[in-house]
Design a protein around this ligand. Structure first.
Ligand code: ADP
Length: 270
């Protein structure tokens, strides 16, 4: 690839003068591409050995009653850690795909109501009765987007709400109209997040509480995935953190993703 990539900045002055500054970022761009390819390849290569390990561990776990207690405890630790590694590898792969590939299905009509109800059930299962998870859905239920990608974004937000709120909290998944179109909201009444962290929350591996996060089962990539899915859907993430009163994550989809979806939806039904 012999292309040269320039970054341009134009400054306008009152007296009709303009200043154009151009920077050659070809090298930077190539390095970034190499980083992405590398992460994608490494994650892919790690999958097979992890599958083999998981298989053997499962076989041993099936016969755990024949093992000395100390070994059985170690075995269960190993299973926990391989699951964690698998989640990490899967999230890394998903993130590289979101960065690298064009998705073919991000303009298909999807039933966002059914999707939210589904994620609500999964979040409820993860919560195992510790929190109360409910869903509120507006009339218009069709969105133009990739079902798989939107599902992973909403799941990440809902699972975070379960992981980071104390017992007895309420979590609401919502689909409603918004002045710019419509939005998905994931709201909880947990401890919220200190506003100082908000600008960095969607960075890879950024965590508010470094110590606690390793025990919550998250990979540190959840909100980075949410950000990239929304970018691909012309949508925006708003975070309202209200420390002490819970957190609200809002994904705002533009009206173009709804009107078009309704047209396509009715065409499909006819
Ligand atoms: P992970 O959850 O795997 O650590 P994420 O990118 O999904 O990574 O989230 C980043 C951080 O944001 C979390 O570590 C947590 O500190 C904070 N966070 C996310 N959602 C919530 C929430 N609903 N309430 C409080 N803190 C949250």
């Amino acid at each position: 690839d012999e292309r040269i990539i320039l970054q341009a900045q134009i400054t306008l002055y009152g007296n009709d003068e303009r200043l154009l500054m151009a920077r050659d970022i070809t090298r930077l761009h190539r390095l970034e591409q190499m980083r992405r390819d590398f992460v994608a390849n490494v994650s892919h290569e790690l999958r097979t050995p992890l599958t083999v390990l998981t298989g053997y561990l499962e076989t041993y776990a099936d016969n755990a009653d024949q093992l000395p207690p100390r070994l059985a405890r170690g075995l269960s630790q190993m299973q926990g850690q391989t699951t964690r590694m698998q989640n990490l590898v899967n999230d890394l792969l998903l993130l590289s795909r979101l960065e690298l590939e064009q998705s073919g299905d991000d303009h298909l009509p999807l039933d966002i109501g059914a999707l939210l109800e589904n994620v609500c059930r999964d979040a409820d299962a993860l919560s195992a009765g510790r929190q109360q998870v409910t869903v509120e859905i507006a009339e218009e239920r069709t969105l133009l987007g990739s079902e798989q990608e939107v599902r992973s974004a909403v799941s990440n937000l809902a699972f975070n709400a379960v992981r980071y709120t104390p017992e007895g909290s309420h979590i609401t998944l919502r689909w409603k109209r918004h002045e710019h179109g419509a939005c998905v909201e994931v709201e909880d009444d947990g401890d919220g997040i200190d506003p100082e962290h908000v600008p960095r929350l969607t960075e890879r591996f950024y965590r508010v509480d470094k110590g606690r996060s390793t025990t919550t089962g998250g990979t540190g990539l959840g909100l980075a995935i949410v950000k990239h899915v929304l970018l691909r859907h012309d949508a925006r993430l708003e975070i309202d953190t209200r420390p002490g009163h819970g957190a609200l994550f809002r994904c705002v989809f533009p009206a173009t993703r709804l009107a078009a979806a309704n047209e396509q939806g009715s065409r499909v039904r006819r």
